[in-house]
Design a protein around this ligand. Structure first.
Ligand code: PLP
Length: 386
């Protein structure tokens, strides 16, 4: 049975171009970028060329881009560094209830160290208003961390308006742009943020590599200590193939935005209008400001979204009940709960995230099987579920 992969928010297939760019750096050009002989400088040059490519793709300078092991590390680094750097001024941080755990768990750690965090509650669409942010700012607020695009419902937040408030009040602003980079145009400077996290495997790059944009690199402090790579800021021998693959994938994704955004928007809209007539199904997230490929729903009357995922899996369709990190657990989504859905409804989430590889025929297939799967789950008693 051919697999229909519709879980691109969880991860993506490596692009041919990224694979081709990476391959030489596993064997022929395996040198350590820190070595001073030619074999090392080839790797070093590849890393620096990749830095320029990533910087250009996100509207940044080369000096503002630091390579990391992915979105989780970038989030940890930005938040911990900013909080600690500014600790003398105050220990209050503002974030939202719908962040990824890479942000939430980092903030939890800081709370244990004496920081206080205000978690803003979004509206039903997953948006945070400028007024809400303004009202939460205190004399001792030193950092605001708000995601650019949500990984459960696909809402694209109004970061430019929110960061403008932070800038006016001289508060550092971090955005987790992991779901947005490569999917919509992202320009760090235009967004007005101080830190921005991105991750290669969300835009057809390899897993385990990402980057942190930092507008004030001379104020950055290392999270990981050691050999002093990345201008003393992020130690550890560089993941050369990963970095090269990330740059190639990002360049390709950004070049293709003019075609991928309309293609995915049309495919997603077809999917949404085909799914919504099923009784008891609601679209979640912002209907107007959302990631092009992302459709998310609550399906009433089923024991849990996970069962829907399992049933669709039997038919060869890969989708998610929420974010990848909580896909296996049967908990309610903290994002849906924060958006005002009941505990029960928040367990019945379904996330379908399309990629450019998906075809209309695949969407047609999903639309054809979907009502039957929902009917089956509503009628069937699932063992262990009351
Ligand atoms: N932030 C968001 C919004 C994400 O969706 C993810 C991954 O799902 C991450 C951070 C973590 O990124 P990584 O898997 O590269 O650590």
């Amino acid at each position: 049975m051919a697999i229909i992969y519709m879980d691109h928010a969880a991860t993506t297939r490596l692009s041919e171009k990224a694979l081709g760019a990476m391959l030489p750096y596993f064997r022929e050009e395996f040198g350590n970028p820190s070595a001073i002989y030619d074999h090392g400088s080839t790797a070093k040059n590849a890393v620096e060329k990749s830095r320029a490519t990533v910087a250009k793709a996100i509207g940044a300078l080369r000096s503002e881009v630091f390579f990391t092991s992915g979105g989780t590390e970038s989030d940890n680094w930005a938040i911990k560094c900013a909080a600690k750097r500014m600790g003398g001024k105050g220990r209050h941080i503002i974030s939202t209830q719908i962040e990824h755990n890479a942000v939430l768990k980092t903030l939890e750690q800081l709370e244990k160290e004496g920081y206080s965090v205000t978690y803003l509650q979004p509206d039903k669409n997953g948006q945070i208003s400028p007024e809400q942010l303004e009202a939460a700012i205190r004399q001792d607020t030193v950092l605001i961390s708000i995601m650019l695009a949500n990984n459960v419902v696909g809402t694209v937040l109004r970061i430019k308006e929110l960061s403008a408030i932070a800038r006016k009040r001289r508060i550092l602003f971090h955005t987790d742009a992991v779901q947005a980079v490569g999917h919509i145009p992202v320009n760090a400077r235009e967004l007005g943020v101080d830190f921005l996290s991105l991750s290669a495997h969300k835009f057809s790059g390899p897993k385990g590599v990402g980057a942190l944009y930092c507008r004030l690199p001379n104020r950055l402090a290392p999270l990981i200590a050691g050999g002093g790579q990345e201008r003393e800021m992020r130690s550890g021998t560089e993941n050369v193939p990963g970095i090269v693959g990330m740059a190639a994938a990002l360049e390709e994704a950004v070049e293709q935005l003019d075609t991928s955004v309309p293609y995915l928007t049309a495919l997603r809209d077809k999917l949404v209008s085909g799914i919504l007539p099923t009784p008891g199904v609601t679209l979640t997230g912002d209907p107007d400001h959302r990631l092009p490929g992302m459709a998310s729903f609550i399906v009433d009357g089923i024991p849990h979204g996970v069962f829907l995922v399992q049933e669709l899996n039997k038919l060869g369709v890969c989708v998610s009940s929420g974010s990848a990190c909580s896909a296996a657990s049967k908990e309610a989504s903290h994002v849906l709960r924060a958006m005002g859905y009941s505990e029960e409804a928040s367990g019945d989430g379904l996330r379908i995230s399309l990629g450019t590889e998906n075809t209309e025929a695949e969407v047609d297939y999903l639309l054809q099987v979907f009502p039957g799967v929902v009917r089956k789950l509503r009628n069937e008693k699932i063992p262990g579920v009351v």
